[in-house]
Design a protein around this ligand. Sequence first.
Ligand code: ZN
Length: 379
Amino acid sequence: MRGWIISTLIVTTFVLLGGETTARAAGFYTVKGHLFYYDGRSQGMRPVDQYNGAANVTFYIYDEDQNSSDDLLATGIVDWDGRFEATFYFDQSSESYADIYIHFIYHNSKWEVVASDGGHYWLYTETKPNRAYGIVDFGNLFVPRNTNHEKAMWVFQSMNEGWNYVEYINAWDVGDQITVQWPGHPECPTSCADWDGIQIAQNRAGDTVNVIHEYGHMVNFRAWGGTGPDPYYCLTEGPNADNCGHNWNSWEENYTAFMEGWANFVAYATLGCIGNNDCLDIEDRSYNVMDAGNEGNVTAVLGDILDDHPDSHAQDIFKGYDGISWNFYGMVWILGHMSEDEIDAKPTIKHYVNEIREVYDDISYIAWHELMHNSWVIY
Ligand SMILES: [Zn+2]
C-alpha cells in the first residue's frame, strides 16, 4: 500500500461537522475540495517555497461498501489552483447513504510518477460516512510534508510545467503517457531518459531544471522517433579528444551537443528563462568552441530562433542582427531533423540554418545566419 492519510486533522474536523445526515442517498452529489503540496523545488513557473495546487493529479471518488468492493463514483483532474470537483448521480437502493472517500494518483494521460518498484504514488482521504446527496466538501487537503510523496509531487509538477510549455502552450503533442521513476535507477546518478521513460535521481526531485531537461529528451526521442542512443560526451578525435564533459562550456560530440542543447532549451524555455527574458544570460555569452559540438551554443541558438529581440552582444558588430522570432515550430522543424544520421551529415548548426533558410526565405535570416552566434558561424 503506497497511499498516505491526508492531513488527518482536517478530516477529523469534517467528521465533527459530519453531523449533517439527511434522508435517502439517491440524488446528485457534488464532491469538492482543494489538494495542495508544499513546493520546495529549486524554481518553477509559479512561486516556490509556498503551498501550490497539485495541478493535473487525477482524483477518484469512491463509495465505501462494507459487503462488496467499493464503487467508483467519479473521477477527474485537479486544476492549477488545486481545486477538485465532480458532480454525479448516486442511487444505490441497497444503501441509504454514501460513504465517500477520495484517491489521488500521481498520473494522467500524459505522464505519471512511479516509485522505484514501479508502483504509483497515491494519496487517499478518510471516509466521510453517511452522506446524503448534496455537497460533500473535503476542504483543504495537504500532501504530507517531508515525505517521499511530497518529493514525488515535486517531480510530477516539474513534468507538469514541461508539458504545459511544449504540449499545452505550443500545442505540440508528445504522444503517449511518459513514465517518470523517482527515485530513479542508481545507474542514473544525475537522472536520465530513454525511449521507455525518465529516471530522476534520488537527490534531484526538487531540481526543476533537471526534471524538465529529461522531459526535453523525451520530446526529442518522440519527435525523432528513435530509441535515443546513448550520447557520448567525449570527443573521439581532434585536439580535444577525451577532454570532455557535459555542461554549457564543454566539448562534446556533435550529436550530444544537439541532444543536450535541446534538452537545456526545453527546461529554460519552460521556466521563461530564455529568449526575451534571458535571465541566465544564455544567449549573450559566446561559447567559443570551434571544431566540435557545444550544448551551450545549441541552447543559445535555439533561444535566438525563438525570441523576437536582438541580443545585446558584447561586440557591437553583432547587435541587432538576430531579431528573428520563429516561434516553437522552428524548434519542431529542427527537432524533426535531429536524427543521428542527419546530425552526422551536418556537423554544425550552420548547416541547419542553411537548410532553414532554403525553406523559409526570410530576409532577416540572412543577417542572423551570417552572424549566428559567434564562433560557430566562423568555421
Ligand atoms: Zn541530458
